[in-house]
Design a protein around this ligand. Structure first.
Ligand code: NAP
Length: 522
């Protein structure tokens, strides 16, 4: 019998490079490593330069070291944390979308020689990103990352998404995904050969670029192109399409070496660690909760009886770290794990709505950043045809009323704005509220069983322990209110409240939604 796997044996003294650490998930991974693997050698954070010219270390100090994710360590082991940050966190300013990360050759290769493991979590999670941008960060950058792993035969843990399954339906296992629509040739080693697809996309992008010099129009058309190509090939949006391409390019670039793809489903706040409810930004489901809380939406197209797959961020971080430890200890191979709840602890769309709505109606005053007043309406789930009918009828009425208001010198009806928000949210997220598959995690659970019992407890990936009522009503709502939203702006600045109250990531989501509006009518 093989000896049990052990995270400390795998990572002790090792140098781990992480991308995406200014983002949500990688912060949870980083905190867990610092807290639970104290004998790790070094953590190298590859961070791109800030828009204001700040370098990686400056961004680390401003955006990561000060994050509330470290509050527990700051309280429990302040000296250890300060020393760890000073001595064992190395920050490298680099752009993953550029060959050698835009570094001089000598620097890139020196970095490669001092990297034992790579965790790649950088991505554009904007579902409707311009196609060229999405390809650069979600697909092509994986080749630059893979090149870094060559010198030291460093394993690569590629964070992907369960939704690479696109328009497929049914039971989704931890295996490579065949596109639901387009036929793409498959290589003997198992991955799909993207050469022709990449050439096709490059050609289409060049055509769009040649057709307009207006920057805004160009972005709009490239966003439209991304959705059209994604739909044609078998995905709902540019994000999942390009993440699937990223998986294929990773498999090709890492063949014969250690590659583990970890696919989370919809990541939400932590269940337990470092504290229950920690979250950054307003994610898919939260954008809808927030719109409901602000009275901007009260009905949504969804399938109430289908399983929606939500997974707490600490379960995902633990999955990434177990997968990393296995890749360090075992023979090189391509492995795929899904960090999800659909098969192990299912909850339906209707179940989530019932719990969140019940909590909102009962205890809305406890969530002062989320609710400015008691929610007036129930949140209703309707079928897509009914949604379209309702939207049209209500828009007609609200447009008429807005016309009257304008004649009287008042602005647009707030109802019109609410309908617009509903439409924009539905455009971006309705695919995820009408799920068509169940994600399985049996390989991940089997992996966890191979670890020593202390690691199974410390890096717990078992989603059967989730109590959905406790998690959604108490942990997640409180976490969303405390960590993802800023305190409400003073009354005098009411007009700015919506923007100011919502953190950058949420504004990005909103921006994505707004950007998408003219491109694809519902
Ligand atoms: N959130 C979810 O629900 C979810 C679900 C399934 C899978 N995932 C996957 O989990 C991973 C992490 O997601 P997240 O939610 O943590 O995302 P996030 O909060 O939006 O963070 C994204 C990270 O990627 C970096 N990044 C984006 N574009 C970049 C570029 N062009 N060059 C360099 N870095 C860039 C960002 O750096 P900057 O600060 O420089 O922009 C940031 O650190 C991603 O691979 C995502 O696909 C997420």
């Amino acid at each position: 019998m093989k000896p049990a796997l052990n995270v400390h044996a795998a990572l002790s003294g090792k140098r781990v490079l992480i991308t995406g650490s200014t983002g949500f998930l990688a912060k949870v991974v980083l905190e867990k490593l610092v807290r639970s693997v104290p004998d790790i050698g070094r953590i190298i954070l590859l961070i791109r330069a800030g828009a204001n010219g700040s370098d990686a270390r400056q961004r680390f100090e401003r955006d990561i070291a000060t994050s509330s994710i470290f509050d527990r360590l700051r309280a429990e082991q302040p000296a250890y944390l300060a020393q760890f940050f000073a001595e064992r966190v190395e920050c490298v300013t680099g752009e993953v979308t550029a060959p050698w990360f835009g570094l001089p050759s000598a620097e890139f290769h020196a970095l490669a020689r001092r990297t034992d493991l790579v965790i790649n979590a950088a991505a554009s999670v904007n579902f409707r990103e311009a196609l060229d941008e999405a390809l650069a960060i979600n697909a092509h950058s994986v080749e630059h990352i893979a090149e870094l792993t060559h010198a030291n035969h460093a394993p690569l843990v590629q964070v992907s998404t369960c939704y690479v399954n696109g328009y497929n339906q049914g039971d989704m296992r931890e295996q490579n995904v065949t596109p639901a629509r387009a036929s793409i040739p498959r290589h003997g080693d198992g991955y799909f050969d993207l050469y022709a697809l990449q050439k096709h996309l490059e050609h289409r992008i060049a055509q769009v670029r040649a057709s307009t010099s207006d920057a805004q129009e160009l972005e709009r058309r490239l966003t439209e192109l991304g959705i059209a190509e994604a739909n044609y090939h078998g995905w709902n949006d540019t994000y999942t399409f390009t993440k699937w391409m990223g998986e294929q390019l990773a498999m090709r670039a890492m063949r014969g070496r250690a590659l583990t793809i970890v696919r989370p489903s919809i990541i939400e706040s932590t269940l337990q660690e470092p504290v229950p409810g920690w979250i950054e930004g307003v994610k898919v489901a939260d954008a809808i909760i927030l719109a409901y809380a602000r009275g901007k939406t009260s009905f949504f197209p969804a399938k109430a009886d289908e399983i929606v797959d939500i997974v707490p961020a600490d379960i995902v971080a633990n999955s990434v770290l177990l997968a990393a430890a296995e890749a360090m200890l075992e023979s090189p191979a391509t492995r795929i794990y899904q960090a999800c709840t659909g098969s192990s602890k299912p909850i339906t769309v209707g179940g989530v709505i019932e719990l969140i709505q019940g909590e909102s109606q009962r205890n809305w005053q406890q969530y002062e950043r989320l609710f400015y007043r008691q929610p007036k309406h129930d949140f209703r789930v309707v079928s897509r045809p009914v949604f379209l009918l309702l939207l049209r009828a209500m828009r007609l009425a609200a447009t008429g009323w807005s016309g009257v208001r304008r004649l009287l010198g008042a602005g647009d009806s707030p109802r019109l704005e609410a309908l617009r928000t509903t439409q924009l949210l539905a455009l971006t997220f309705s695919f995820y509220t009408a799920p068509r598959y169940t994600f399985h995690n049996s390989s991940l659970m089997a992996l966890a069983r191979r670890f020593v019992s202390e690691d199974r407890a410390r890096f717990d990936v078992d989603s059967t322990r989730i109590d959905w009522r406790e998690y959604l009503c108490h942990i997640h709502m409180a976490g969303l209110n405390r960590y993802a939203l800023r305190p409400r702006a003073p009354k005098s600045a009411e007009a700015q409240a919506a923007a100011a109250a919502v953190p950058e990531a949420a504004q990005t989501a909103q921006h994505a939604v707004e950007q998408a509006a003219p491109a694809t009518p519902l």
